[in-house]
Design a protein around this ligand. Structure first.
Ligand code: ARG
Length: 458
């Protein structure tokens, strides 16, 4: 009962400690808590709570503690403190005696935890942004190395129209760019310092909140103390960013799992990111991709769980809010791991260009071109559509693409067909006709790819 024992005659039950203590998980916030404490000691010293010399002693002790925290040398397991805030304060008091007991003047664990968690989120956003850039770079490089590969594009998982492989890569690049901009937006919105808001109503000491904010690296102090100590929007938003990005990763994983299947055979993945079967020696399983897909459950869960926790909480702080951390810590960690492994997997992709093209041809995406060709030879479109359909049927029966049929076979459906038909049935012709901005033709795809390559270098 270290921090609040005065009013109590009895101790806490063991079961209460189990439900109440957060040190087992909020120890992650040690360095943020100590840094916040250093800045707080400066602020209250300026407000006349302690002498300059006393503040220097406190700052020196906290700085030594910070060094230990950053080296991973704090012994949390030996501590009986309730949370990271009481742990840090107790460590200070152990070292400085009564002087250490001055630090908590005008401060509450409510504005403390809100500050610590914001700092933690801000630091992780910066790292996650780099992780996202890593996946983007991997996709752009893979696209660049395989510019000419054409594979089937799908709707309803039915072969629909052929697309360039770089077009597929750049679709995920667009998603990642939005994921990054979501984090950037969040960073602007959450960049406020709650320190100095006290338990809920502010503090009586004349501290400079603007100064505290800037020393902690926040853009400004928060405006309303009730809101500042009880707001967890920024955690929710971060969980939403994590969930949306994981959803994107999961869709990409699903595409690649399919491309890697025996049925498609478009790609092979490196040994470093796949695993074997304990029973079937021939197997090489895309486990990394499956886990990117599978880990969505817990990341989405963290968003849902915090939304439910926050719903219906009266202002201001309630202990329910201690439940904000474990899900967020886990989600951020899993998201980070998935982004790193995604970049690694993409780096190992080897395309089988021939198999991709063969599958793209088998989709009969050129049946419309065939009809248009007949129209060009003077046949009315409705008739041309019908003839082209009959040709597709014959090609399916022989398990060939349209252009796999001989000229004599094609002419048995219409005598206007000549040798020039094979040019318009070519895969590249089909793809590169879609030269509109945003389409899969060589021109727009390579222009977009060149932009991304320039962005990588810049
Ligand atoms: N461990 C608490 C949390 O994570 C810190 C704040 C405690 N505040 C309180 N009034 N008991 O939310």
């Amino acid at each position: 009962m270290g921090l609040w024992g005065g009013r109590f005659q009895g101790g806490s039950s063991n079961m209460f400690r189990q439900v109440n203590d957060s040190l087992p998980f909020d120890r992650i916030l040690a360095s943020q808590d100590i840094r916040g404490s250093i800045i707080w000691s400066r602020a209250i010293a300026k407000a006349g709570v302690m002498s300059e010399q006393e503040q220097q002693q406190i700052e020196a002790a906290l700085s030594a503690l910070l060094e230990k925290a950053e080296a991973g040398e704090l012994d949390f397991d030996a501590s009986s403190e309730e949370d990271i805030h009481s742990f840090v304060e107790a460590a200070l008091i152990e070292q400085l005696g009564d002087l250490g007991r001055k630090l908590h003047t005008g401060r509450s664990r409510n504005d403390q935890v809100a500050t610590d968690f914001r700092l933690w989120c801000k630091e992780h956003i910066v790292n996650l942004r780099d992780d996202l850039l890593g996946v983007k770079a991997a996709l752009v490089n893979s696209a660049d190395a395989n510019r000419q590969v054409i594979l089937p594009g799908y709707t309803h998982l039915q072969r629909a129209q052929p697309v360039r492989y770089p077009h597929w890569c750049l679709a995920y690049v667009e998603m990642i760019k939005r994921d990054i901009s979501r984090l950037d937006d969040l960073l602007i919105r959450m960049d406020q310092s709650p320190l100095g808001c006290g338990a809920l109503a502010g503090t009586v000491y004349e501290i400079d909140r603007q100064e505290i904010a800037s020393q902690l690296g926040f853009a400004s102090p928060s405006i309303n103390s009730l809101d500042a100590v009880s707001d967890r929007d920024y955690v929710l938003e971060l969980m939403f960013c994590a969930s949306t990005s994981m959803m994107h990763l999961s869709r990409m994983a699903e595409d690649l799992i399919f491309f890697n299947s025996g049925e498609a055979g478009f790609i092979t993945l490196g040994d470093a990111v796949t695993s074997g079967s304990s029973l079937m020696p021939q197997k090489k399983n895309p486990d990394a991709l499956e886990l990117m897909r599978g880990k969505c459950g817990r990341v989405f869960g963290s968003l849902q769980s915090l939304l439910v926790t926050m719903k219906g909480l009266p202002l201001a702080y309630n202990k329910d809010m201690q439940e904000d951390k474990e899900g967020a810590f886990d989600a951020v960690n899993q998201w980070h791991i998935c982004l790193c492994i995604a970049a690694e997997v993409i780096d190992t992709i080897q395309l089988d260009a021939q198999r991709c093209a063969q599958a793209a041809r088998q989709g009969y995406a050129n049946a419309t071109e065939m009809a248009d060709y007949l129209v060009g030879k003077g046949i009315p479109f409705r008739t041309a559509h019908d003839i082209s359909g009959q040709i597709v049927l014959a090609a399916i029966a022989q398990n060939k693409p349209i252009e796999g049929l001989s000229l004599t076979e094609l002419q048995s459906f219409s005598d206007v067909i000549e040798n020039d038909v094979y040019d318009i049935l070519e895969l590249e012709y089909l793809v590169d006709k879609r030269n509109i901005l945003g389409g899969t033709g060589a021109k727009p795809v390579f222009a977009a790819l060149d932009n991304e390559l320039a962005a990588l270098k810049g």
